[in-house]
Design a protein around this ligand. Structure first.
Ligand code: 4AD
Ligand code: MG
Length: 428
């Protein structure tokens, strides 16, 4: 028995080929007129797209059942119960514009490609947390309603908290730092919010953020963790989702090379590489895009050009302190750069993780908080962490949707989350 929805139907007179999806896959169900009573066949031959049905019959192996997932099986219908005949369904097999599909996201999630992507997303989330759970990390949840900024104050969503202002969390990091002092190795996995007026294919207002934080960990050890974590997650997806990867036509060769170790280059070297690339190219537009001076942050053309030189993600570390967050530990003897690292995905997908060693010296963190002009009272608890057994520590944040976008090879981050929140979209 299959309970589900009619994905598609092909009418061949006495034969009706009905693709029924049950959420976990699709099976071709065949109604053959001589095998059933007239009323049942009549119903079968009228089924509209997305009508809900309960089908019973005999499962058969049939190589020609190519639309089934898994392929090669079909059901010879004996009983057919119509649960509801669906009204004319807005999403038909013809091409639709993306805005139309996003307006109908609540229905679009039923389409094969979206189904495949969201299943891969679920496995990614599971594999990432599984790896951390198996390596001694404790999941400790952090609040979403927060009294102060965790990252840049310019991207805060503020809300009215009984007459006071509160903000939607941009990161669980600061609380992770408190938790790491209690549990050693922790992570948080929850939505983060960024009120960024950017319309790029990488930005969401609400994204799922996986953030590990570890006591006594160095930047180099953290890179080891990141590359192992991602290699594991990609291999889990390759093992489990051959069907889904085929549906989205992902180039598997690109995923097969995602294995630790990943290349590690400094920001200085990345700038040198960009300068060399800009000098080599004959294309004036590209030359312009690749322009960079030491001290400037990378834009997406820079990230793409650097990443293109590698077949797997590449770590760029020791960024200029001036373009990174207040809490990042300066490099010994060279305070103009900090112990930070971003992981850039291949194929132009840009930054998927960002992290650092944190400042643990009480005087230095105090001074940093002063210089960025945030109120000390709001951070009193954070400063406490540097008073009571402060230790070197490090952590990073991985954006789930950016990682899904890269693993699935999607054109835009909006398809990597069930209901995207973007500059011009909060419906449905
Ligand atoms: O680099 P970010 O801003 O770092 C932090 O928030 C740190 N506090 C994390 C930490 O060290 N615990 O964000 C981390 C990652 C990015 O690399 C990116 O993958 C994702 O979060 N991200 C976004 N994803 C989608 N839309 C946005 N607007 C995002 N902003 C960040
Ligand atoms: Mg970042």
């Amino acid at each position: 028995m299959v309970r589900g929805w009619v994905y598609d139907r092909t009418d061949k007179g006495k034969l009706q080929f009905i693709q029924v999806r049950d959420g976990s896959g699709i099976v071709q169900c065949v109604a053959y007129k001589p095998d059933m009573d007239e009323a049942t066949f009549e119903t079968a031959s009228k089924l509209t797209q997305e009508s809900s049905v309960i089908v019973s019959g005999t499962v058969k192996v049939n190589e020609k059942a190519k639309k089934s997932i898994p392929a090669g099986y079909e059901i010879g219908i004996q009983g057919l119960q119509l649960v509801q005949m669906a009204e004319e369904y807005p999403i038909t097999p013809k091409e639709h514009g993306v805005e139309f599909l996003m307006d109908n996201r609540h229905l679009w999630v039923r389409s094969l490609r979206q189904w495949a992507i969201l299943r891969i997303r679920a496995t990614l989330a599971r594999a990432l947390t599984e790896w951390l759970d198996d390596h001694g990390y404790l999941r400790v949840d952090t609040p979403i309603l927060t009294p102060a900024a965790g990252e840049e104050t310019t991207t805060l969503f503020s809300i009215d908290y009984f007459g006071e202002s509160a903000y939607l969390s941009q990161t669980g990091q600061l609380y992770n730092e408190a938790n790491m002092m209690a549990f050693g190795k922790v992570y948080t996995f929850s939505p983060s919010f960024r009120a960024e007026k950017s319309k790029t294919r990488r930005h969401l207002m609400e994204f799922w953020h996986l953030e590990p934080e570890v006591a006594f960990m160095s930047l180099e050890e953290m890179m080891d963790v990141e590359e192992q974590l991602l290699s594991y997650a990609v291999s889990r997806i390759m093992d489990k989702h051959q069907h889904e990867l085929a549906i989205i036509e992902r180039d598997l060769g690109k995923l097969e090379s995602i294995k630790a170790p990943f290349a590690r280059i400094t920001y200085d070297e990345a700038v040198e590489r960009l300068k060399a690339l800009a000098a080599q190219t004959d294309d004036p537009e590209q030359k312009q895009l690749l322009q960079i001076e030491w001290g400037e942050d990378f834009g997406s053309p820079h990230e793409t050009a650097i990443a293109e030189q590698f077949d797997r993600p590449v770590f760029v570390y020791h960024y200029p302190s001036a373009i990174k967050a207040f809490y990042m530990q300066p490099v010994d003897g060279r305070p103009e750069v900090c112990r930070s690292v971003d992981l850039l995905a291949p194929e132009g997908y840009g930054e998927i993780t960002g992290g650092s060693e944190r400042i643990y010296d009480p005087a230095l963190i105090d001074q940093r908080i002063e210089t960025i002009g945030i109120t000390r009272e709001a951070y009193a608890w954070y400063l406490d962490l540097r008073k009571y057994g402060s230790v070197p520590h490090a952590g990073f944040g991985l954006g789930l949707e950016r990682t899904v976008t890269w693993i699935c090879g999607l054109p835009h981050v909006r398809e990597a989350i069930p209901y995207a929140r973007m500059l011009n979209r909060k419906y449905p």
